[in-house]
Design a protein around this ligand. Sequence first.
Ligand code: MLT
Length: 397
Amino acid sequence: MIKPNMNYGRLKESYLFFRIAQKTKEYLKNNPEKKLLRLGIGDVSLPLCDAVIKALHKAVDDQSSKETFHGYMPECGAPFLRETISCYYKNRGVNIDSEEVFVSSGASDELGDILDLFDRSSSALVIEPSYPAYVDANIMAGREIIHLNSDQKNGFLPLPDKSLKADLIYICSPNNPTGAVYNKKQLKQWVDFANGNGAIILFDAAYEAFIEDDELPHSIFEIEGARTCAIEICSLSKTAGFTGTRLGYTVISKDLKRNGMSLNSMWVRNRTTKTNGVSYIIQRGAEAVFGDEGQTQIKQNIQFYKDNAKILTETLDEMNIWYTGGKNAPYIWMKCPDKYSSWEFFDLLLNNAQIVATPGEGFGKCGEGYIRFSTFGSREDTLKASEKLKELLHSIQ
Ligand code: MLT
């Protein structure tokens, strides 16, 4: 009889966002008259910007005539998009060759798929609280996980020390869920650690477009030494509202080698076997994100979410509640009132204020006692949620 992958037995019963969706569905079933204020999963509420829509329409038309039609796309990405993304890096002073850019169907797919490059015996260090898919994907692959806790004391930005041992290191900056961002000096410590130990950093840059402080790095490749120890995974989901459109990109430098193997060549080998590329239409839409018009328009959308963040953080300031994030990241990480665990506070918010948030414990044990608000909701929901949150906090103080 075939033996299933028994590692699935080591996973939590359900994935965090699935569990939240089930709980909210149940609530609505029992309270059909209520309207929920959705500040849970980080899903965008604004439509795609005009420049992207125009490019998508044009690409659909291209598919209607023999001369401009495209069949299978190159597995690692269309040259026009790889080149465009390489220029995006160049404009920020980072030299990335177009052949070092791989177009993907999104960062979450890629974060799981990329594990194909590493031996199962390698260990994965996850800085927690963290996006739960890092842990789950490694458990599914049978890998040992090293949990590195972060907390208020280290600003949710732990640094490596000599006692640490890890082969793969996950870093998400700006961080989901805490919104904390490593500065260049701190990232350099991780890069030196990885180079010194032969480890590889998987750098999740999905929220880089939210950084507003000029000195903070958007890419790990802004750090000297990163080309020999890092893979960067990025996405247009939050940058340009592509959560339902799907497109991301991964950067693997040609200088990244281990045991005489080039990780860039290995990824070419993997992609050419396992994918048939991302759709021509979507890649044209993505290309428009990086044009002048696209950049102006996506920045307006990002500003809209930042204004949502301001509405929520002003309420928390007024109530004297501790939080972090909301400035260089689209998440607000709030300390729950004293007697509540994350899930208890989640239930209280849902039942008494109809607010859907994300319990901190879902991002790892050290997230216990915190709750995360997404700022990607509609303005109406955000304003109502902030009013109701204030009322609720008053009523339990
Ligand atoms: C989140 O809410 O943490 C993200 O939206 C999840 C994701 O990007 O898949």
